[in-house]
Design a protein around this ligand. Sequence first.
Ligand code: FPP
Length: 262
Amino acid sequence: MVFTRKRKRKFLNSDRKNPGHDLMETAVDVKNVPTHVAIIMDGNGRWAKQRLMNRVRGHEQGAKTVREIVTVCREIGVQYLTLYAFSTENWQRSPAEVSALMHLLKKFLVSERDLMMKNQIRLNAIGQIGRLPEDVQSELAHTMDMTRENSAMVLNLALSYGSRAELTRMVKRIAAKVRDGSIDVDAVSEDMISDHLYTRLIPDPDLLIRTSGEMRISNFLLWQIAYSELFITQTLWPDFTRDEFLQIIRNYQLRDRRFGRV
Ligand code: FPP
């Protein structure tokens, strides 16, 4: 469903007229929705193991959750959603799992194009995109090109992404500019560093969510999350729902973000 501002307010307030409507949805303050939500989608393997299924089934179910969360983000007005879909470390998984994940990603890019166009969602990707199989790269390029004018939300997929690799690339790029004299070493600033990351056109995340209960960052957006609010849920990614997402947004809205000030 596409929401205009007016329609969104009506939707979020609709429990007064419709008592059966989910209360958590009504509690979301549309004026304080995080601009950028980043998610570490974890627990697909455990979800499958609990059901004595192959890990790939967990990833397939996880792809359905991606669709649901993209949709709810668009509905409430999140402007950037970054999903950690494949890390630089994930290349070390079995060739069968890597290949299944690549296949799933390609399938997602094709099947969700209509949804992205209908909902004005622009696709972006961060990471070592050149390491992805050629067919995935080409579907990615096609979808990014097709959605480039969409302006309601950016779906940012972290693919073959690792924050340390991103920071190393940034240091090399800035060092090369210092060496060739195009910038002075004293001009190096926090803004310049941000400007040399994959995320250079994207504001830092306001909220970082991790599913499946692990209390770690796993090499994700290390520079960008300096002041992000963190939320870790025990729920495994394939079981994560729009209702729980909305509860987390509500929790975020109750927090006092001080950015180091009093
Ligand atoms: C972590 O769970 C998840 C991944 C490594 C892959 C995430 C991929 C998807 C959600 C599906 C495809 C993505 C898109 C964008 C269509 P895990 O395998 O590490 O789980 P475990 O820790 O329980 O083993």
